[in-house]
Write a protein that binds this ligand. Structure first.
Ligand SMILES: CC(C)(COP(=O)(O)OP(=O)(O)OC[C@H]1O[C@@H](n2cnc3c(N)ncnc32)[C@H](O)[C@@H]1OP(=O)(O)O)[C@@H](O)C(=O)NCCC(=O)NCCS
Length: 171
């Protein structure tokens, strides 16, 4: 994927973020009020200036919770999910302290499970009947220690080219 850029989201991104969220979710709340707040950090992925994905998370002391990683259905399997996850790892690594990242994912969400496994997330709990359709949620965890950051970074694809994560331009 050429011209991929990851940056912190801005209020002007709201409409595009809402559209992406509604692609995969029945959430009907107020995205601006609920997610464009000081509590959350959001990053968008843009290709040729178009928003094609986002990641939503919060950092509280030494814990990070990833709430959503969403890539536009027309742009999947082009390493954008990997680039979004890598941008969080890079940010945490730059803070030079240990972090534990948690997230929840349906045990049936194979694309997401594969993405998280690539970065070394491990299952730490199962929440039975967690979703409205009765599916179970897995709680996944990744510990990041500054002394081990090189290992985490090694898991991150580095080369440009098809199927690889391109260099990030965080702004
Ligand atoms: C999960 C999601 C974010 C992945 O985004 P993506 O940009 O397509 O992912 P990538 O192209 O970076 O692929 C990452 C890895 O996931 C795996 N993967 C991605 N899509 C896959 C699929 N449909 N089936 C199997 N594996 C898949 C691949 O193994 C890939 O690694 P590889 O390139 O080394 O083979 C995307 O599918 C999505 O938006 N899904 C809907 C929202 C969602 O369920 N989010 C997660 C919970 S909030």
């Amino acid at each position: 994927m050429q011209n991929l850029q990851i940056r912190t989201w801005q209020i002007k991104d709201l409409e595009e973020v809402e559209k992406l969220l509604r692609q995969i979710s029945t959430y009907t709340g107020n995205v601006k009020r609920d997610f464009f707040s000081q509590l959350y950090t959001g990053k968008v992925a843009l290709t040729d200036g178009k928003i094609v994905g986002f990641v939503l998370y919060w950092i509280l002391e030494n814990e990070v919770e990833i709430h959503a990683v969403i890539v536009d259905k027309n742009y999947r399997k082009r390493s954008i999910g990997k680039a979004l996850m890598a941008s969080i790892i890079d940010e945490l690594a730059s803070l030079q302290k240990p972090f534990t990242i948690f997230l929840e994912v349906s045990e049936k969400n194979i694309p997401a499970l594969k993405l998280y496994q690539l970065f070394g997330f491990k299952k730490v709990a199962v929440r039975k009947n967690y979703y409205k359709n009765g599916d179970n949620a897995l709680v996944l965890m990744l510990k990041i220690n500054p002394t081990e950051v090189k290992d985490v970074q090694r898991r991150k694809p580095e080369k440009t080219g098809q199927g690889k994560v391109p260099p990030l331009r965080n702004t």
